[in-house]
Ligand binder design. Structure first.
Ligand code: UDP
Length: 236
């Protein structure tokens, strides 16, 4: 009944904002927490890579006179703040979690040790990866692709505001059509954007499927792990 037994969920910082312009909307946090809980109750192992764009992005720092690398580290710190918030939301509804940081911060988060992270998953704990990959010039999409490969996840679930990959931006172009399935090669030949190129290439080279879906719908995550066709599946 369960198609994907170990999943890596990529949650962008923006998805935590809800209708706000900045920061964390507690309603969004509890929305994600309860959906993640549902997966754990189904016996699915869940790892989350959390973004930071709702608080800080390295590129935006460069425009305000902060050196790019410094800004990237600030962005990574933002992911830790989000990770702590998600951890709290999960724990408040009785889900066991471990927050892991790619930058050592041992008072708040565990260091990243691959085998330990896998062990947590096997024990049914939700693992939240923060600080991206711990290096500037990368994104949390790259972290999602890297960690998903490292922990042998069955799929990357990329939650967005739209219900899949479209031929054009559906929020701007009413004629845009949705794809149910795409190959990696087709995404490139059509010039579609799924994740940034570094992340996408890592998934393509290791044949790791990506599902882009609308995370605001309550049942989507549970439907996806059961193998129902939700969003757009990129594979092969
Ligand atoms: N970042 C980084 N290295 C990483 C992951 C993130 O330097 O491995 C920085 C980068 O500046 C990025 C910011 O952290 O802009 C926030 O991450 P991201 O933009 O990926 O968050 P999201 O778009 O998912 O909210």
């Amino acid at each position: 009944m369960i198609k994907y037994k170990r999943v890596l969920l990529k949650l962008s910082g923006e998805s935590l904002m809800g209708e706000q312009k900045y920061g964390i909307d507690p309603r969004m946090l509890s929305h994600y927490a309860s959906q993640i809980k549902e997966l754990t109750e189904m016996g699915v192992q869940v790892a989350v890579v959390i973004g930071g764009g709702n608080i800080f992005r390295g590129l935006q720092a460069a425009q305000s006179g902060i050196e790019r690398v410094q800004g990237d580290y600030m962005g990574m710190m933002a992911t830790v703040i989000n990770g702590m918030a998600l951890q709290s939301a999960l724990e408040s509804i009785g889900v066991y979690t471990r927050l892991i940081s790619a930058i050592e911060m041992k008072q708040i988060a565990e260091p990243y040790i691959r085998r330990r992270a896998i062990r947590h998953l096997e024990k049914g704990r939700v693992v939240i990866f923060s600080s991206g990959i711990g290096s500037p010039y990368f994104t949390t999409d790259s972290a999602a692709a890297l960690r998903a490969n490292e922990i042998n996840a069955d799929v990357i679930l990329k939650g967005t505001r739209v219900d899949g990959i479209y031929s054009a931006d559906p929020e701007k172009n009413p004629d845009a059509t949705k794809f149910d399935k795409l190959t990696f090669a087709k995404v490139i030949s059509l010039g579609l954007s799924v994740m940034d190129m570094t992340a996408f290439t890592l998934c393509r080279e290791n044949n790791l499927p990506i599902i882009v879906f609308d995370i605001s719908h309550n049942e989507n995550l549970a439907r996806i792990v059961k193998g129902e066709a939700v969003g757009t599946l990129v594979e092969g």
